[in-house]
Design a protein around this ligand. Structure first.
Ligand SMILES: Cc1ncc(COP(=O)(O)O)c(C=O)c1O
Length: 356
């Protein structure tokens, strides 16, 4: 079976070396030495100043909404993983869907202004599949209307813009997911990256029950800390990151050579492709299902990322987003992970090219 993704496991010795340290210190969680080491290494690697590790990408978002004091309506994209919307609803915020641009697959900045009301407090775009949003136009609109900008950057590990800045350094803050299936992972985990150190300090308090010092609780908090075993996996995976990136690039380039190029979404010119996903766009839903079924019949598991369009979820108020609804019905993500072989790629692309 070829799955859409396969978690990267470092060699045992590499992970064990960190686990041995946990056994030596007996420090398992609560901002331990490995969590601190991973924080520093990621800040350096990603070239960002303020970063807080958390136990998953979902809580990274929820905690951040609270730290930034979001209220009322949040403008967001309907084309994403469900957590982009559900985290807002969970925090009693109202998602207001702004349709996507058919080329970038990201929120369409030209449609943002018409959706802003006096209840809007923030914009929550997603760099979907690691494809950089138009961070410049989004910021211009946010500045004009005094709105916060939070990027759900769950897919955007290692994306650098043409300004030679990490994509995580745009907006007020960004969140990453370090779920096992991601390009970089800590089994379960995530991070909050913010421009302002005070936001990170507030988040650090919120992820630790509101504890602000010895015998001092300030407000309601939750528990969203990263444990030492997760940090150990992160440190071991980070040792392999150059190899992971190179392998993903190899798989991406092979796909590009083998696949019918009419199926590919437009390239993003303003930033690199981190090769976190390999999406293809079929001409309609029937063709999409036909390709999927042909792949499944050959024990290859693509995924309908992202279906359904989030504006159609049963717990949100439906707002029409024709581009997102159309794309969601006919997009498929093909297997993408470092160890995919040339033979496997030929098999996958032969089926896709034939069935589309
Ligand atoms: C766009 C997006 N946002 C948020 C999340 C949530 O991250 P996590 O699974 O780490 O909670 C995901 C997870 O895959 C995602 O794809």
């Amino acid at each position: 079976m070829i799955t859409v993704t396969k978690p990267f496991l470092p060699v045992r010795e590499s992970f064990d070396k960190y686990v041995d340290r946990i056994y030596k210190t007996n420090w398992l969680t609560n901002f331990g030495p490995l969590e601190r080491e991973l924080t520093e290494k990621l800040k350096q690697y990603l070239n960002v100043e303020h970063l807080l590790l958390v136990n998953n990408g979902t809580l990274a978002m929820q905690v951040l909404y609270r730290a930034l004091g979001l209220k009322g309506e949040v403008l967001t994209t309907p084309f994403s993983f469900v957590a982009t919307t559900s985290t807002l609803v969970w925090e009693n915020l109202k998602p207001k869907f702004v349709d996507i641009d058919m080329h970038s697959l990201n929120i369409n900045p030209n449609l943002l202004e018409s959706q802003i009301t006096n209840k809007t407090s923030a914009i929550l775009p997603v760099h979907v599949f690691g494809r950089a949003c138009d961070v410049w136009q989004i910021q211009e609109i946010a500045d004009k209307h005094n709105l916060k900008v939070i990027y759900d950057a769950a897919h955007a590990f290692n994306v650098t813009t043409h300004e030679n800045k990490n994509i995580l350094s745009y907006g007020d803050a960004s969140t990453l997911s370090f779920h096992a299936t991601k390009l970089f992972h800590t089994i379960e985990g995530g991070a909050i990256i913010a421009k302002d150190e005070a936001i990170i300090k507030e988040c650090k308090k919120l992820i630790n029950f509101g504890i602000a010092g010895y015998d001092r609780i300030e407000g309601v908090g939750t528990n969203s800390k990263m444990n030492e075993f997760a940090a150990a996996m992160g440190l071991a995976v980070l040792e392999n990151i150059d190899n992971i990136m190179a392998e993903r690039q190899r798989v991406n380039d092979s796909y590009d050579k083998l696949i019918n190029t009419n199926l590919l979404p437009s390239k993003i010119e303003t930033a690199n492709n981190n090769c976190s996903y390999y999406p293809i766009l079929l001409k309609d839903e029937n063709t999409c299902l036909n390709v999927r079924d042909n792949l499944l019949a050959n024990e290859i598991m693509p995924r309908r990322y992202f279906y359904p369009s989030l504006n159609t979820l049963d717990y949100v108020k439906y707002q029409s987003c024709p581009v997102s609804e159309d794309i969601a019905k006919r997009i498929l993500c093909l297997p993408m992970y470092p160890s995919l072989t040339k033979e496997e790629l030929i098999k996958i692309t032969n089926i896709v090219n034939y069935a589309s």
